[in-house]
Design a protein around this ligand. Structure first.
Ligand SMILES: *Cc1c(COP(=O)(O)O)cnc(C)c1O
Length: 377
């Protein structure tokens, strides 16, 4: 048995291509009418890509609106100098009224208590607070139920310090080829908008379309769309590859830090779930579930080395993963190992990785932990 080791800094990196972000934004723009604006969803650290850098790249491409899930994410953007409107899609908590005003963030609201609290707070500051109101048209998550819309807006009429700047909803299955349920949701949304207009509200924005609806359901565009995943170069479903040309944004890479020539019958990692069938070579790479490489890929995942695929050997550990690299000619310590992205003529897309891990690309991307440095090129 022989061992070789890698000397140097930890080479595990998420390399983010800013030009690809800008290109994806411009592709989105091509797919919507001129009068429709784009609210780029940069929640969960821009799906793991780094919220501040992503928002800046999008800003350079002409993006004028951003969406985040929570107030804290909005504050982070403001502190980094992002001036564009930022919508807090997931609503706000009682302790955050002050921050909404201080950082000029736009909360989504869906209950009258929050409306009252914001209105009272606003009367003290002397400045109107803009809000977007969310309607649950069938997602069954956040928002007013259709029958609550009229009474809610009647009460809202008395809250003079709030300005209803937008009305929104969210699709439950916009990625399904059959748009039956989305059509029902849209009809409920349109009806709610009528009720709201009848009560003399004139919200500037109406929005309901995520990436999937943006690509496949034009009647849902209104005057603002909310793409997330597609800005990161990932298709909501493979079917949509025909519709738009997106560029992958993230490459997740590391290097081989140790190689071992091992005999037949050699066992690898916790639980000894991999036993070599013949004499071979096992590589160790410094990435594990502590970095967001899913443990579900144990004995299943594939990594690119010298343009070829190497299978994960045994259980993925917190910090290290082993690969069987017996078949890779000239394999050396220090060779680049690509977890996500292109190498040579092959590519491992987030979709592929997610499918093998039994999840969706969204979870893989947001799951890449803060331990992995993001490098912008
Ligand atoms: C996350 C999110 C989006 C973006 O969805 P994608 O499928 O990533 O395009 C849009 N709207 C809301 C309310 C969201 O929470």
């Amino acid at each position: 048995m022989e061992t070789k080791v890698y000397l140097g800094g930890r080479p595990t990196l998420a390399i983010i291509d800013r030009a690809a972000i800008r290109s994806n934004f411009l592709q989105v723009k091509k797919n919507i009418a001129k009068e429709v604006d784009i609210l780029a969803v940069v929640k969960a650290n821009a799906y793991g890509h780094g919220a501040v850098e992503t928002a800046k790249a999008l800003g350079q491409a002409g993006c004028k609106f951003f969406g985040v899930a929570i107030c804290e994410e909005g504050i982070k953007l403001r502190e980094a100098g992002v001036k564009a409107p930022v919508i807090i899609l997931g609503g706000i908590y009682t302790g955050q009224r002050r921050d909404i005003v201080k950082y000029n963030l736009t909360p989504v609201i869906f209950d009258i208590d929050t409306a009252h609290q914001l209105n009272n707070f606003s009367s003290k500051t002397g400045r109107k607070i803009k809000v977007h109101v969310k309607i649950d048209t069938g997602m069954g998550r956040l928002g007013l139920l259709p029958e609550e819309v009229e009474p809610f807006f009647q009460k809202l009429k008395r809250l003079a310090n709030l300005e209803v700047d937008g009305i929104l909803s969210h699709f439950a299955e916009a990625d399904e080829e059959n748009k039956g349920f989305s059509r029902e949701q849209l009809a409920i949304f349109l009806k709610a908008l009528k009720v709201i207009q009848k009560l003399a509200f004139k919200p500037h924005f109406q929005h309901i379309a995520n990436s999937a609806a943006l690509l496949e359901y034009n009647p849902s565009h209104f005057n603002l769309v909310r793409p997330g995943i597609m800005l990161y170069g990932v298709y909501p479903t493979r079917r949509m590859m025909k519709k738009i040309k997106l560029k992958p944004v993230m490459r997740l890479v590391t290097k081989i830090i140790q190689l071992k020539d091992v005999p037949k019958g050699f066992s690898v990692s916790y639980g000894r779930k991999y036993i070599t069938k013949k004499e071979g070579i096992i590589a160790a790479i410094p990435i594990g579930y502590g970095d967001g490489y899913p443990r579900h890929l144990s004995n299943k995942g594939e990594v690119l080395i010298r343009g070829q695929r190497a299978r994960v050997a045994g259980t993925i550990c917190m910090d290290i993963t082993m690969l069987d690299v017996t078949h890779i000619k000239g394999v050396s310590v220090g060779d680049e190992a690509v977890i996500i992205g292109k190498q040579g003529n092959d590519e491992i897309q987030v979709d592929e990785l997610a499918e093998k891990a039994g999840t969706i690309p969204y979870e893989i991307l947001c799951g890449i932990t803060s331990r992995v440095p993001r490098v912008y090129v």
